[in-house]
Design a protein around this ligand. Structure first.
Ligand code: SF4
Length: 86
């Protein structure tokens, strides 16, 4: 994890950040609400998040281009990266 002096966690995903249990629960709830044909495969979800982790627009698990938590955005098969990385 790459810590910023402001206390934020740069280049981290929610599951890596302390104190984000509510949001992590929301990620799981969103995953369960999606139908099988609406949900990204596990491999695609992992691929997307790896790309986000390398992206300079990821701050505090949030995409600065769209304002979404990437772990929620990446769940949906039909979602896309606003920076065209996935
Ligand atoms: S621009 Fe794309 S790759 Fe970068 S954080 Fe946002 S969704 Fe992820």
């Amino acid at each position: 994890m790459e810590k910023e002096t402001t206390g934020g966690c740069k280049r981290c995903l929610l599951f890596e950040m302390a104190g984000k249990d509510d949001v992590i629960a929301q990620v799981e709830k969103t995953r369960q609400l999606l139908k099988d044909d609406e949900r990204s495969s596990d491999a695609e979800y992992k691929r997307r998040l790896e790309l986000c982790k390398e992206c300079d627009k990821l701050i505090d698990a949030t995409c600065l281009k769209c304002g979404c938590y990437v772990e929620i955005r990446a769940l949906s098969k039909g979602a896309h990266c606003p920076g065209k990385k996935w």
